[in-house]
Design a protein around this ligand. Structure first.
Ligand code: ASP
Ligand code: MG
Length: 419
């Protein structure tokens, strides 16, 4: 039994759907395969904007119509027969989304409502995929992942109830998979009272891993627009190297430092059950890709990871005293309350600095909370560079001619913040 995950780029237009079906047919087989799919292209971003406008009582109609029109266009190309049931099912979902937007309860929590709206991206794409695979002769059943991945109510970043989910997935899915393919949504979970949650942006990888874990899959496959796990993002570097095989540990660390290939939470459930993760190219499915597994390699190529849109925040005590453990406690409490993710931190005599993803609203809340006790300074539009398994060449390659604001080095990893 295998799990395939296809991201937004692999379902961004009609041609990509055809390519996906070809991959499933050629490499997946007709049963014992579960397909997890993300929202089409950049749909999640589009729905985020639609929702934000709706929530703030601004006009969202144009943005919404653009998003629905995009789906409609792809479906029209994939299903020439206008009587095909996919049209009715999509129309129904469109109406539900429109209704939900019209009746937003603005008194309710923003993040909670966000989950109820943004989930439509995956519902649309999975319904289209279900019907399309069917039309291609790949018999499959559409599954509502919200009924199988149960979570708490940490909206937009929901935590999975592993015991519940494993029990229900193990109870229902093996029999289905015995007969046919299963198609389901990434990114979505559900609460025990039927509300939708999301697992964090780019969370479909994690969804696939949750299901692979619960089913003791023999392998999970992520189909991407790159040849495998690379040592750098080809957007920034011309000469990248593919790792043919790499350990869970290395991969987790790379994801943690911000390599965008795999969602950071994906590896742990797989590693716990030693399920190998294959990263393959949907543009070149016959290519070798990368196998991430329980292995050890003495020396591996340095990995270069860049996190953009970083913000460096420094706190110093107003009375010029040293930064004490008590001060740090206060700062960390505020950071944790506001769900900050610290990417790097450094302590000096009278100041404490963190590098974090920039979010204007959240930063202002932090300042409001702490400004009575601390002087707070910050710089934005920064980049955080990480070189894992660095050597002299890699340092020269990256650090030359950069203006560096902060630097940290361990035996294996070098990090610095620069403009
Ligand atoms: N569609 C969601 C997002 O764009 C989940 C995913 O793509 O993994 O964040
Ligand atoms: Mg996506």
């Amino acid at each position: 039994m295998k799990v395939y995950k296809f991201g937004g780029a692999s379902v961004r237009d009609a041609g990509s759907f055809r390519n996906l079906a070809h991959i499933v047919k050629t490499y997946g087989g007709e049963r014992q395969l579960l397909v997890v799919v993300s929202a089409m292209g950049k749909t999640t971003n589009a729905l985020e904007q639609v929702f934000d406008k709706a929530y703030h009582n601004q006009s969202y109609e144009t943005a919404l119509q653009q998003c629905l029109g995009y789906h409609q266009e792809v479906v029209t190309e994939l299903f020439p027969d206008k009587e095909h049931p996919v049209y009715e099912r999509l129309a129904h979902l469109f109406t539900m989304l429109q209704n939900d937007l019209e009746h937003l309860n603005r008194k309710s929590n923003y993040d909670k409502l966000y989950d109820q709206i943004v989930c439509y991206g995956e519902l649309f794409s999975s319904v289209i995929l279900h019907h399309f695979l069917q039309a291609e002769g790949l018999c499959n059943v559409w599954l509502d992942s919200r009924k199988y991945i149960q979570t708490d109510t940490t909206w937009r970043e929901a935590k999975v109830d592993w015991v519940w989910s494993e029990r229900v997935i193990k109870r229902d899915l093996p029999a289905l998979l015995e007969e046919q393919l299963v198609v389901t949504q990434g990114f979505l979970g559900g609460t025990n009272n039927g509300l939708t949650t999301t697992l964090g942006r780019e969370g479909s990888d994690f969804s696939a891993a949750v299901i692979a874990y619960c089913l003791d899959a023999e392998g999970m496959y992520i189909w991407k627009d790159v040849e495998g796990l690379l040592n750098a993002d080809p957007k920034y570097f011309a000469d990248t190297v593919r790792y043919p095989e790499i350990s869970y540990q290395e991969t987790v660390e790379m994801a943690y430092y911000g390599a965008s290939v795999i969602h950071p939470k994906t590896i742990k459930p797989l590693a716990n059950k030693k399920i190998p993760l294959y990263v393959k190219s949907f543009l070149n499915p016959a290519g070798e890709g990368t196998r991430i597994c329980d292995c050890k390699h003495e020396k591996i190529a340095p990995a270069y990871i860049i996190k953009e849109n970083q913000c460096l925040v420094s706190f110093s005590a107003k009375d010029f005293t040293f930064i004490s453990e008590k001060n740090l406690g206060t700062i960390f409490n505020a950071l944790s309350e506001l769900r900050f993710k610290i990417n790097l931190m450094q302590n000096s005599a009278i100041s404490f600095s963190i590098c974090t993803d920039y979010n204007e609203e959240r930063l202002h809340k932090l300042i409001a909370t702490l400004q009575d006790q601390f002087n707070i300074h910050y710089n934005t539009s920064l980049k955080l560079f990480t070189i894992k398994n660095y050597d002299n060449d890699s340092i020269t390659k990256i650090m030359t001619d950069k203006q560096i604001l902060l630097e940290q080095r361990t035996r294996n990893t070098l990090q610095f913040v620069s403009r």
